[in-house]
Design a protein around this ligand. Sequence first.
Ligand code: ADP
Length: 424
Amino acid sequence: NKKYFIGELNGRLYQSGDFIGTIGVIRDITERKKIEADLNEAYLKATESERLKSAFLTNMSHEIRTPMNGILGFTNLLKENGLTGDEQKEYINIIQKSGERMLSTINDIMDISKIESGQVNISISEVNVNEQTESLYNFFKYEVERKGMKISLNNSLPTIDCVIKTDIEKFYSILTNLIKNAIKYSHKGSIEFGYDRIETIHELTLLQFYVKDTGIGIPKSRQHAIFERFVQADIEDKAVYEGSGLGLAISKAYVEMLGGDIWVESEDGVGSTFYFTIPYSIDKKEIIESKTEGEIEQKHEIKKLKILIAEDEEISYRHLSIILKNIAKEIFHARTGIETIEICRNNPDIDLILMDIKMPKLSGYEATRQIRELNKNIIIIAQTAYALEGDREKAIESGCDDYISKPIDKDELMMKIKKLIISQ
Ligand code: ADP
């Protein structure tokens, strides 16, 4: 091929007999071209990432302002005179829903930043898959039926084979997110979820979970993008569906941490099926049937307790004291770590401490350590608003019996207190 005939003579280059330059110059030009191409690529990447970041921020701002609008707007309306009981209930409901929506956005942002900064650890324990899916089924059943739809569960393994070793919180979060999406993006029909045990061609055994809906579906062109973070913010018609657009990116990161894959099969306007796999790793041990929370609840009415609430924020203290009123004989209030230790020292018969971790003068961790030197029996439950990975371990290490994150859920707190009192 004449065009590509290149020759060299004494450092001079010829193409098809024509002199085209010295080797040094040619190398220079090639390098410059490469640098230019690299720069161009870096520039495109940077502008793309800038564009995604600002789309993300706009979306976040929307996702925080909208529920805030609901909370502040309806709190103001609630102050007006002459509201009927039903109106009050409706407004309170809206405030609660808005609060929950904002919390879920904040949790998503926290999760994705933890993933990005490599702060997420895996904590492996035995997980009874059937128990988890049944609990999700019961949790979502009401919401699905209220939308006039049906939900069904298809567990394929018997109890004896369904206990695997995985990270329970990540597993639960992935499945919850897929079911929530199935409900959110469907307006009719049914949702089915469950799992199968499968063998791969490499002779690995996996559990393959699926969540199938008959909802709006996802066009082919977007099926890949939905697993990327920030990308959802670009979708123009999504305004009607609330959400941070981070759920699937988080789920994908978690599935990969657990050693599996996630993908979707979907047809626009017909419905979607999301799949994910996790390795089927089991320990052939006896399965201990755990008591359900309902059973524990029913059997034990607990005695009235002397409770110390260590909390420097007035509203959080008010909230806790109202929640605990019914099980309290007496409630003490400490506003600093030092005060907490003082009150404990002067009242050795206190049964329970709700220990805020971030307190002035002395942190909840340090206060707990010092209290443990005085009293080994007192029940201490740490409470924090940070919700960071490792908080729970740090709390337990410093001597707390359990840990709960803010905003505090009344039922969850009661359950924890009852469990600890019973096991004492
Ligand atoms: P969010 O729901 O907060 O927007 P996700 O990351 O969970 O964020 O989902 C990303 C996008 O994928 C959604 O905005 C939606 O367009 C699409 N999507 C997810 N699940 C479904 C589903 N079951 N049916 C239709 N579209 C879905």
